[in-house]
Design a protein around this ligand. Structure first.
Ligand SMILES: [Zn+2]
Ligand SMILES: [Zn+2]
Length: 354
Protein backbone atom coordinates (compact mmCIF):
# COMPACT_ATOMS: atom_id res chain seq x y z
CA UNK A 1 0.00 0.00 0.00
CA UNK A 2 1.33 3.48 -0.93
CA UNK A 3 1.24 6.25 1.66
CA UNK A 4 0.47 9.75 0.48
CA UNK A 5 -0.47 12.91 2.42
CA UNK A 6 -4.06 12.64 1.22
CA UNK A 7 -4.55 9.08 2.46
CA UNK A 8 -2.98 9.92 5.89
CA UNK A 9 -5.32 12.93 6.33
CA UNK A 10 -8.26 10.77 5.37
CA UNK A 11 -7.26 8.14 7.94
CA UNK A 12 -6.88 10.81 10.68
CA UNK A 13 -10.34 12.19 9.88
CA UNK A 14 -11.75 8.65 10.04
CA UNK A 15 -10.08 8.06 13.42
CA UNK A 16 -11.46 11.37 14.73
CA UNK A 17 -14.94 10.48 13.51
CA UNK A 18 -14.76 7.05 15.21
CA UNK A 19 -13.57 8.68 18.45
CA UNK A 20 -16.48 11.11 18.35
CA UNK A 21 -18.91 8.23 17.87
CA UNK A 22 -17.44 6.39 20.90
CA UNK A 23 -17.34 9.48 23.16
CA UNK A 24 -20.13 8.17 25.37
CA UNK A 25 -18.37 4.84 26.05
CA UNK A 26 -14.91 6.18 27.06
CA UNK A 27 -14.33 8.60 29.92
CA UNK A 28 -10.89 9.82 28.73
CA UNK A 29 -10.84 13.34 27.26
CA UNK A 30 -11.07 13.52 23.50
CA UNK A 31 -7.65 15.17 23.05
CA UNK A 32 -5.90 12.26 24.90
CA UNK A 33 -7.70 9.70 22.79
CA UNK A 34 -6.77 11.68 19.68
CA UNK A 35 -3.08 11.61 20.62
CA UNK A 36 -3.30 7.91 21.49
CA UNK A 37 -4.96 7.12 18.12
CA UNK A 38 -2.32 9.21 16.33
CA UNK A 39 0.54 7.35 18.07
CA UNK A 40 -1.07 4.00 17.22
CA UNK A 41 -1.40 5.04 13.59
CA UNK A 42 2.21 6.23 13.58
CA UNK A 43 3.47 2.90 14.98
CA UNK A 44 1.32 0.89 12.55
CA UNK A 45 2.64 2.93 9.63
CA UNK A 46 6.17 1.75 10.48
CA UNK A 47 5.42 -1.93 9.78
CA UNK A 48 2.07 -2.11 7.96
CA UNK A 49 2.05 -3.51 4.43
CA UNK A 50 -0.85 -4.72 2.34
CA UNK A 51 1.43 -7.62 1.23
CA UNK A 52 1.84 -8.92 4.80
CA UNK A 53 0.55 -12.47 5.21
CA UNK A 54 1.25 -15.48 7.47
CA UNK A 55 4.36 -16.42 5.42
CA UNK A 56 5.88 -12.93 5.89
CA UNK A 57 5.18 -13.01 9.65
CA UNK A 58 6.71 -16.54 9.91
CA UNK A 59 9.78 -15.44 7.89
CA UNK A 60 10.21 -12.32 10.04
CA UNK A 61 10.02 -14.25 13.34
CA UNK A 62 12.45 -16.95 12.22
CA UNK A 63 14.73 -14.62 10.23
CA UNK A 64 17.54 -14.79 12.88
CA UNK A 65 17.44 -18.61 12.72
CA UNK A 66 17.54 -18.61 8.90
CA UNK A 67 20.40 -16.11 8.83
CA UNK A 68 22.41 -18.19 11.32
CA UNK A 69 21.82 -21.44 9.37
CA UNK A 70 22.76 -19.69 6.09
CA UNK A 71 25.89 -18.22 7.66
CA UNK A 72 26.98 -21.58 9.14
CA UNK A 73 26.27 -23.42 5.86
CA UNK A 74 28.24 -20.79 3.91
CA UNK A 75 31.12 -20.98 6.36
CA UNK A 76 31.16 -24.81 6.47
CA UNK A 77 30.83 -25.10 2.67
CA UNK A 78 34.50 -25.92 2.08
CA UNK A 79 34.55 -28.27 5.10
CA UNK A 80 31.76 -30.39 3.56
CA UNK A 81 33.55 -30.43 0.18
CA UNK A 82 36.80 -31.56 1.84
CA UNK A 83 34.85 -34.27 3.70
CA UNK A 84 33.42 -35.63 0.42
CA UNK A 85 36.87 -35.62 -1.22
CA UNK A 86 38.62 -37.23 1.78
CA UNK A 87 36.00 -39.97 2.32
CA UNK A 88 35.80 -40.81 -1.40
CA UNK A 89 39.59 -40.84 -1.71
CA UNK A 90 39.88 -43.14 1.32
CA UNK A 91 37.60 -45.72 -0.37
CA UNK A 92 39.58 -45.42 -3.63
CA UNK A 93 42.88 -45.94 -1.76
CA UNK A 94 41.45 -49.01 0.02
CA UNK A 95 40.20 -50.36 -3.33
CA UNK A 96 43.66 -50.00 -4.92
CA UNK A 97 45.86 -51.06 -2.00
CA UNK A 98 43.72 -53.72 -0.31
CA UNK A 99 41.05 -55.03 -2.68
CA UNK A 100 42.78 -54.95 -6.08
CA UNK A 101 45.70 -57.26 -5.03
CA UNK A 102 43.12 -59.64 -3.55
CA UNK A 103 41.06 -59.61 -6.76
CA UNK A 104 44.14 -60.15 -8.96
CA UNK A 105 45.31 -63.11 -6.86
CA UNK A 106 42.03 -64.94 -6.30
CA UNK A 107 39.49 -64.07 -9.06
CA UNK A 108 39.09 -65.55 -12.54
CA UNK A 109 40.22 -63.41 -15.55
CA UNK A 110 36.60 -62.60 -16.46
CA UNK A 111 35.83 -61.27 -12.96
CA UNK A 112 39.14 -59.36 -12.89
CA UNK A 113 38.24 -57.67 -16.20
CA UNK A 114 34.73 -56.81 -14.90
CA UNK A 115 35.97 -55.26 -11.65
CA UNK A 116 38.72 -53.25 -13.34
CA UNK A 117 36.45 -51.94 -16.14
CA UNK A 118 33.37 -51.21 -14.01
CA UNK A 119 35.32 -49.80 -11.06
CA UNK A 120 37.29 -47.35 -13.21
CA UNK A 121 34.27 -46.26 -15.27
CA UNK A 122 32.29 -45.62 -12.08
CA UNK A 123 35.19 -43.71 -10.51
CA UNK A 124 35.63 -41.47 -13.58
CA UNK A 125 31.88 -40.72 -13.66
CA UNK A 126 31.84 -39.79 -9.96
CA UNK A 127 34.92 -37.55 -10.17
CA UNK A 128 33.80 -35.83 -13.40
CA UNK A 129 30.24 -35.08 -12.23
CA UNK A 130 31.29 -33.94 -8.77
CA UNK A 131 33.85 -31.53 -10.20
CA UNK A 132 31.40 -30.16 -12.77
CA UNK A 133 28.53 -29.87 -10.24
CA UNK A 134 30.71 -27.95 -7.78
CA UNK A 135 32.47 -25.75 -10.34
CA UNK A 136 29.67 -24.96 -12.83
CA UNK A 137 27.72 -21.80 -12.12
CA UNK A 138 24.03 -22.66 -11.58
CA UNK A 139 23.00 -19.62 -13.65
CA UNK A 140 21.93 -16.14 -12.55
CA UNK A 141 19.37 -13.71 -14.00
CA UNK A 142 20.98 -10.82 -15.93
CA UNK A 143 21.51 -7.67 -13.88
CA UNK A 144 21.14 -5.24 -16.81
CA UNK A 145 17.69 -4.11 -17.96
CA UNK A 146 16.33 -5.99 -20.97
CA UNK A 147 13.02 -7.02 -22.46
CA UNK A 148 13.08 -10.57 -21.08
CA UNK A 149 9.75 -11.64 -19.59
CA UNK A 150 9.68 -12.06 -15.82
CA UNK A 151 7.04 -13.38 -13.46
CA UNK A 152 7.82 -11.53 -10.22
CA UNK A 153 10.35 -9.33 -8.43
CA UNK A 154 12.82 -10.68 -5.86
CA UNK A 155 12.22 -8.96 -2.51
CA UNK A 156 15.89 -9.40 -1.54
CA UNK A 157 17.67 -8.46 -4.81
CA UNK A 158 14.94 -6.00 -5.93
CA UNK A 159 15.39 -7.45 -9.41
CA UNK A 160 12.98 -9.07 -11.89
CA UNK A 161 12.72 -12.87 -11.49
CA UNK A 162 12.23 -15.05 -14.59
CA UNK A 163 10.02 -18.15 -14.31
CA UNK A 164 11.47 -20.98 -12.11
CA UNK A 165 14.02 -18.56 -10.58
CA UNK A 166 14.31 -18.40 -6.77
CA UNK A 167 16.46 -16.52 -4.29
CA UNK A 168 19.16 -18.45 -2.40
CA UNK A 169 19.82 -17.04 1.08
CA UNK A 170 23.26 -18.72 1.26
CA UNK A 171 24.54 -17.49 -2.14
CA UNK A 172 22.58 -14.28 -1.48
CA UNK A 173 21.38 -14.00 -5.07
CA UNK A 174 18.73 -15.32 -7.43
CA UNK A 175 19.34 -18.68 -9.14
CA UNK A 176 17.87 -19.79 -12.47
CA UNK A 177 15.64 -22.89 -12.14
CA UNK A 178 16.86 -23.28 -8.57
CA UNK A 179 16.55 -26.76 -7.09
CA UNK A 180 18.32 -26.30 -3.74
CA UNK A 181 21.59 -25.15 -2.19
CA UNK A 182 23.85 -28.19 -1.72
CA UNK A 183 26.37 -27.86 1.15
CA UNK A 184 28.22 -30.99 -0.11
CA UNK A 185 28.99 -29.10 -3.34
CA UNK A 186 29.28 -25.68 -1.69
CA UNK A 187 27.18 -24.51 -4.64
CA UNK A 188 23.59 -23.97 -5.61
CA UNK A 189 21.95 -26.56 -7.85
CA UNK A 190 20.28 -24.67 -10.70
CA UNK A 191 19.67 -24.66 -14.44
CA UNK A 192 23.28 -25.18 -15.59
CA UNK A 193 24.47 -27.79 -13.07
CA UNK A 194 21.31 -29.74 -12.18
CA UNK A 195 22.26 -32.60 -14.53
CA UNK A 196 25.79 -32.83 -13.05
CA UNK A 197 24.36 -32.93 -9.52
CA UNK A 198 21.90 -35.71 -10.32
CA UNK A 199 24.48 -37.77 -12.26
CA UNK A 200 26.92 -37.42 -9.36
CA UNK A 201 24.27 -38.70 -6.90
CA UNK A 202 23.39 -41.55 -9.25
CA UNK A 203 26.96 -42.70 -9.91
CA UNK A 204 28.02 -42.25 -6.28
CA UNK A 205 25.07 -44.44 -5.22
CA UNK A 206 26.01 -47.05 -7.85
CA UNK A 207 29.63 -46.96 -6.64
CA UNK A 208 28.60 -47.41 -3.00
CA UNK A 209 26.22 -50.26 -3.86
CA UNK A 210 28.97 -51.88 -5.98
CA UNK A 211 31.49 -51.67 -3.09
CA UNK A 212 28.89 -52.85 -0.58
CA UNK A 213 27.83 -55.92 -2.60
CA UNK A 214 31.36 -56.81 -3.75
CA UNK A 215 32.78 -56.45 -0.23
CA UNK A 216 29.95 -58.20 1.63
CA UNK A 217 31.75 -61.56 2.09
CA UNK A 218 35.02 -59.85 3.00
CA UNK A 219 33.13 -57.77 5.57
CA UNK A 220 31.49 -60.86 7.13
CA UNK A 221 34.89 -62.63 7.30
CA UNK A 222 36.53 -59.58 8.88
CA UNK A 223 33.68 -59.10 11.35
CA UNK A 224 33.75 -62.79 12.39
CA UNK A 225 37.55 -62.70 12.73
CA UNK A 226 37.40 -59.71 15.09
CA UNK A 227 34.54 -61.26 17.08
CA UNK A 228 36.49 -64.52 17.42
CA UNK A 229 39.59 -62.63 18.49
CA UNK A 230 37.73 -60.85 21.30
CA UNK A 231 35.98 -64.00 22.51
CA UNK A 232 38.99 -66.34 22.40
CA UNK A 233 42.41 -64.80 22.64
CA UNK A 234 44.04 -68.01 21.32
CA UNK A 235 44.54 -67.53 17.53
CA UNK A 236 47.54 -65.49 16.43
CA UNK A 237 46.32 -62.07 15.29
CA UNK A 238 48.98 -59.89 13.70
CA UNK A 239 48.82 -56.12 13.38
CA UNK A 240 48.58 -56.49 9.59
CA UNK A 241 45.52 -58.78 9.89
CA UNK A 242 43.91 -56.42 12.37
CA UNK A 243 44.39 -53.40 10.07
CA UNK A 244 43.14 -55.37 7.07
CA UNK A 245 39.94 -56.39 8.86
CA UNK A 246 39.27 -52.93 10.27
CA UNK A 247 39.83 -51.36 6.82
CA UNK A 248 37.33 -53.74 5.25
CA UNK A 249 34.77 -53.00 7.97
CA UNK A 250 35.27 -49.22 7.55
CA UNK A 251 34.81 -49.48 3.79
CA UNK A 252 31.69 -51.66 4.00
CA UNK A 253 29.95 -49.62 6.71
CA UNK A 254 30.68 -46.29 4.97
CA UNK A 255 29.65 -47.40 1.47
CA UNK A 256 26.52 -49.19 2.73
CA UNK A 257 25.38 -46.20 4.80
CA UNK A 258 26.05 -43.66 2.04
CA UNK A 259 24.53 -46.02 -0.54
CA UNK A 260 21.22 -46.21 1.37
CA UNK A 261 21.04 -42.49 2.26
CA UNK A 262 22.17 -41.17 -1.13
CA UNK A 263 20.11 -43.83 -2.90
CA UNK A 264 16.96 -42.51 -1.22
CA UNK A 265 17.88 -38.92 -2.20
CA UNK A 266 18.59 -39.97 -5.79
CA UNK A 267 15.24 -41.77 -6.02
CA UNK A 268 13.49 -38.66 -4.73
CA UNK A 269 15.16 -36.48 -7.35
CA UNK A 270 14.40 -39.08 -10.05
CA UNK A 271 10.68 -38.85 -9.17
CA UNK A 272 10.83 -35.03 -9.36
CA UNK A 273 12.64 -35.09 -12.73
CA UNK A 274 10.02 -37.54 -14.07
CA UNK A 275 7.34 -35.01 -13.11
CA UNK A 276 9.27 -32.07 -14.63
CA UNK A 277 9.63 -30.16 -11.36
CA UNK A 278 12.42 -29.03 -9.03
CA UNK A 279 12.49 -29.54 -5.23
CA UNK A 280 11.15 -25.99 -4.74
CA UNK A 281 8.48 -26.39 -7.42
CA UNK A 282 7.32 -29.61 -5.71
CA UNK A 283 6.04 -27.52 -2.76
CA UNK A 284 4.71 -24.71 -4.98
CA UNK A 285 2.89 -27.18 -7.27
CA UNK A 286 1.40 -29.09 -4.29
CA UNK A 287 -0.10 -25.85 -2.91
CA UNK A 288 -1.30 -24.78 -6.34
CA UNK A 289 -2.81 -28.24 -6.99
CA UNK A 290 -4.80 -28.02 -3.73
CA UNK A 291 -5.99 -24.52 -4.54
CA UNK A 292 -7.07 -25.38 -8.10
CA UNK A 293 -8.73 -28.65 -6.98
CA UNK A 294 -10.89 -26.68 -4.52
CA UNK A 295 -12.14 -24.66 -7.50
CA UNK A 296 -13.13 -27.93 -9.22
CA UNK A 297 -10.38 -27.71 -11.86
CA UNK A 298 -7.32 -29.85 -12.67
CA UNK A 299 -3.85 -28.35 -12.18
CA UNK A 300 -1.26 -28.98 -14.88
CA UNK A 301 2.44 -28.32 -14.37
CA UNK A 302 3.45 -26.19 -17.41
CA UNK A 303 7.01 -27.65 -17.38
CA UNK A 304 5.90 -31.29 -17.48
CA UNK A 305 6.38 -32.66 -21.02
CA UNK A 306 5.63 -36.30 -20.16
CA UNK A 307 7.81 -38.73 -18.21
CA UNK A 308 10.23 -39.87 -20.96
CA UNK A 309 10.45 -36.42 -22.57
CA UNK A 310 11.25 -34.86 -19.17
CA UNK A 311 14.26 -37.17 -18.92
CA UNK A 312 15.32 -36.34 -22.49
CA UNK A 313 15.13 -32.61 -21.75
CA UNK A 314 16.96 -33.08 -18.44
CA UNK A 315 19.85 -35.09 -19.92
CA UNK A 316 19.88 -33.17 -23.22
CA UNK A 317 19.18 -36.34 -25.23
CA UNK A 318 18.35 -35.36 -28.81
CA UNK A 319 19.10 -38.67 -30.53
CA UNK A 320 19.45 -42.31 -29.44
CA UNK A 321 23.25 -42.33 -29.28
CA UNK A 322 23.10 -39.50 -26.70
CA UNK A 323 21.86 -41.98 -24.07
CA UNK A 324 25.41 -43.42 -24.23
CA UNK A 325 27.52 -40.39 -25.07
CA UNK A 326 25.69 -37.87 -22.87
CA UNK A 327 24.38 -40.03 -20.02
CA UNK A 328 26.71 -43.03 -19.59
CA UNK A 329 29.91 -41.18 -20.52
CA UNK A 330 31.29 -37.86 -19.20
CA UNK A 331 29.79 -35.02 -21.25
CA UNK A 332 29.99 -31.26 -20.77
CA UNK A 333 27.10 -30.27 -23.09
CA UNK A 334 24.92 -27.30 -22.09
CA UNK A 335 21.33 -27.87 -20.93
CA UNK A 336 18.33 -27.10 -23.12
CA UNK A 337 17.49 -23.36 -23.14
CA UNK A 338 19.01 -20.38 -21.36
CA UNK A 339 17.05 -20.77 -18.11
CA UNK A 340 15.43 -17.34 -18.58
CA UNK A 341 12.55 -18.17 -20.87
CA UNK A 342 10.80 -21.52 -20.97
CA UNK A 343 9.71 -22.87 -24.29
CA UNK A 344 6.41 -24.61 -23.68
CA UNK A 345 7.04 -27.40 -26.21
CA UNK A 346 10.83 -27.88 -26.58
CA UNK A 347 10.27 -31.59 -26.80
CA UNK A 348 8.03 -31.43 -29.84
CA UNK A 349 10.53 -29.30 -31.74
CA UNK A 350 13.74 -31.13 -30.94
CA UNK A 351 13.23 -34.43 -29.23
CA UNK A 352 10.13 -36.22 -30.46
CA UNK A 353 11.76 -37.59 -33.68
CA UNK A 354 14.14 -39.76 -31.57
ZN1 LIG B 1 17.09 -12.60 -5.29
ZN1 LIG C 1 22.89 -21.11 -3.03
Amino acid sequence: MRWCPGSVLHLLRTVRFQLCCRRGKNRLPLWIREIWAYVRLLVQSLYFSSLTDSDVVFDSIFEPVFVTVDYVTRWFGMVFVCLVVILTSSIVVIAYLVLLPLVLNTYSPAWIAWHICYGHWNLVMIAFHYYKAAKTSPGYPPTERNNRPFVSVCKKCIMPKPARTHHCGICNRCILKMDHHCPWLNNCVGHFNHRYFFSFCLFMTLGCVYCSISGRNLFLDAYNAIETKYQTSAPPYTFKDKMFHKTIIYMWVLTSTVGVALGALTMWHAVLISRGETSIEKHINSKERQRITKCGKVYKNPFNYGRLNNWKVFFGVEKRSHWVTRVLLPSGHAPHGDGLTWDIFPVKKHLIPV
